[in-house]
Design a protein around this ligand. Sequence first.
Ligand code: FAD
Ligand code: NAD
Length: 474
Amino acid sequence: MKNFDVAVIGAGPGGYIAAIRAAQLGLNTVCIDEFKSPEGKPSLGGACLNVGCIPSKALLESSENYERVLHKFSDHGIRADNVSLDVPAMLARKDKIVEQFTGGIGLLFKKNKVASMYGHGRLTGGGEFFQIEVSENDSSETITARNVVIATGSAPRQISGVNIDNVRVCDNVGALSFAEVPARLGVIGAGVIGLEMGSVWKRLGSSVTILEALPTFLGAADESVAKEAWRIFTKSIGLDIRLGSKIGAVKAGKKTVSVEFEHEGSLTKMEFDRLVVAVGRVPNTTNLGLESVGVKVDERGFIEVDDRNRTATPNIYAIGDVVRGPMLAHKSSEEGVTVAETIAGQYGQVNLEHIPWVIYTSPEIAWVGRTEQQLKEDGVKYRSGQFPFIVSGRARALGETAGFVKMLADAESDRILGVHILGPFASELISEAVVAMEFGATAEDIARIVHAHPSLSEAMHEAALGVGKRFLSL
Ligand code: FAD
Ligand code: NAD
């Protein structure tokens, strides 16, 4: 029987990073994964590389290019006539990027001497060593490991009575592979996936209706960002978002799908060519044999861990989407590093307070730290500086002037408590705020640091100046 220092179950951004880091630290490590590509081949990288972050961002970029050429190039004096869309070529580019990245994980495993096993991993018992059965179809092999890292990720949450066929009614998997642009796209859930995928297909020509159960839009974001994003998404971009919708019968036919829903007191029925269901994700904790080793899950199915990702069973750790905290790839990966270093006798911990969030819409939304509404609720005294991109020379040159950077700082200490961005390259700009907050910086620190001109980062500089009521360009 093969015996390892560390067995990682799941090769998503949490698991593969944990395995690589553990091997780098001299631990004999195996990573077990059961994901198969649509062609039925084992494919490392989890949801993120196969059917999440990477393919969605590839399509996002393609659809933004299409929109630029159609609607924005003329402002620059560039004429492009007879522009047409080749959806199969767009999908092939996306698939190639996915293939390169998923294949790359195998190479990284080889380079770092991580053993890779394909199949479903299930714990069958413990002691000094844990036993893990790895099965594929009718064959199975049992291995043992002194330490186990559970990184089994998440799966789309289902709505009862709605059958996902990934043809007419899709989750994220189908939504990334429509063979042609649906004339009418319905989306259930105005969360991150709904907004990102809805925007992609809208830019490519679909008429998009998003049905959201909650009466508020983007409740996790800062209210001023959510309010301005709502205005841009509904008025300028033309997404038809219906808040407070209660979904009724969903019936898929051969060519269309009908959705009944209650909205503003009346029952409505809409017909779509495709429907995407994106109502959150649930942790993959079933059929893992957790009970055989005494690992507990909470009432929502998440594995219970402490602030260093240790379960109550010594030497069993859990990371990523399968535990508390935001379901984000970078959070999973950092937890992977944490547990590998902990197993190797070092110290590791992820600061969940400073995880950056990004929503890849256009304009992008990004934030770190606390929102203004949270500070108010907690009675924290704060000061705020908000700088609009319309005053940024670089944003003007880009032709992307919507949105702003908003900084919140403690009224007494001036320490930065939160930064919220709606605008171009918010995903890149947010890193400055994360670094600043990790180092306990004040708004004045950012205000006194030289930012290149002309750059979008000047908006961060000005927002920091604004906290001290001393804008220089506003
Ligand atoms: P996963 O990536 O889910 O990987 C878990 C792996 O474990 C999978 O391969 C699974 O097949 C395997 N597995 C499960 N059970 C077993 C078992 N018993 N035995 C063997 N293998 C098993 N996050 C971002 O930060 N940025 C983004 O831009 C972003 N975009 C996204 C877009 C979409 C459409 C989706 C769906 C998600 C997106 N996410 C994004 C979220 C991100 O994909 C997840 O947070 C991340 O993949 C979680 O990583 P993980 O390693 O915890 O789990
Ligand atoms: P989400 O939690 O972001 O949004 C789900 C939305 O569906 C919510 O607004 C919720 O109120 C709504 N909803 C729930 N039940 C409903 C119902 N019955 N009818 C109508 N609306 C309903 O979840 P998601 O968009 O599915 O994404 C899942 C996770 O994947 C996210 O939490 C995020 O962590 C991750 N993700 C991240 C990125 C990124 O980092 N850019 C991109 C995509 C996904």
